[in-house]
Design a protein around this ligand. Structure first.
Ligand SMILES: [Cu+2]
Length: 235
């Protein structure tokens, strides 16, 4: 074997070893809701605002405090690794979009990293007033006219359920959880969640629903990943 071939082989082995060292796997699970939550209610104040009422000639939209799928899966649960800090990749992560559509925020439960851009859109034909009510980050209050450019937000400090509200439409709320690492997910309408690319190791995994509180599990992520389910109960 020539020296060049040997060098190439060693390089290839080196790259292989490095790839294996940075191996990462997914944490997947299912959130189950036991019990019957309070029924969703029509958001009746929408009727009092002619601009908004015009968007809903039929049934009014309903509250989304508990979004439960046909299989008992609970949506909008924020699942995240606990006790990790200073690992944000938010500056290079793609922006997260929060839309204002039909006089509602969409989605209403979101999560982002510190330093990651949150773009707030106004897809409605009328004005909104985007008012943040943080506990750890600075407050802001901005008018957004119809057709005007997206508003851009970033947050430097982690906090759970940072409240966005509209001062024009008092039923409009969104809740943005901010993490200084990328290891989080939100359960979908099927109750499932996946946290991607977690380095193998032992972790504390938390699942928090805005109305039903927090549950904790000690987990080990192996090369093949980890699975962890949670059950929330309506008392
Ligand atoms: Cu509004």
């Amino acid at each position: 074997m020539t020296i060049m071939k040997k060098t190439a082989l060693l390089l290839a082995l080196g790259i292989l070893a490095t790839t294996q060292m940075v191996k990462a796997a997914d944490i997947a699970g299912f959130i189950n809701l036991k019990g019957t939550p309070p029924a969703a209610r029509e958001i009746t104040p929408i009727k009092d605002d002619p601009n908004c009422a015009a968007l809903y000639p039929g049934a009014l939209p309903k509250t989304t405090f508990y979004v439960v799928g046909p299989n008992g899966g609970l949506a909008d649960v924020v699942v995240y690794l606990k006790g990790i800090s200073g690992k944000s990749t938010g500056a290079s992560a793609p922006p997260v979009v929060l839309d204002q559509k039909g006089a509602l925020y969409s989605p209403q439960i979101l999560a982002i990293q510190t330093g990651q851009k949150l773009l707030v859109k106004n897809s409605d034909p009328f004005v909104h007033n985007v008012h943040t009510k943080p506990t750890e980050n600075p407050e802001s209050n901005q008018v957004q006219m119809p057709g005007s450019p997206d508003l851009t937000y970033t947050f430097d400090k982690p906090e759970m359920f940072l409240k966005f509200q509209c001062d024009v439409h008092p039923w409009m709320f969104a809740w943005v959880s901010v993490f200084d690492h990328p290891y989080f997910a939100i359960s979908g309408k099927d109750g499932k969640f996946v946290i991607k690319n977690v380095p193998p190791g032992k972790y504390t995994l938390e699942a928090t629903h805005r109305k039903l509180g927090t549950q904790t599990a000690e987990i080990e992520v192996k090369d093949s990943g980890a699975e962890q389910n949670f059950t929330f109960e309506v008392k």
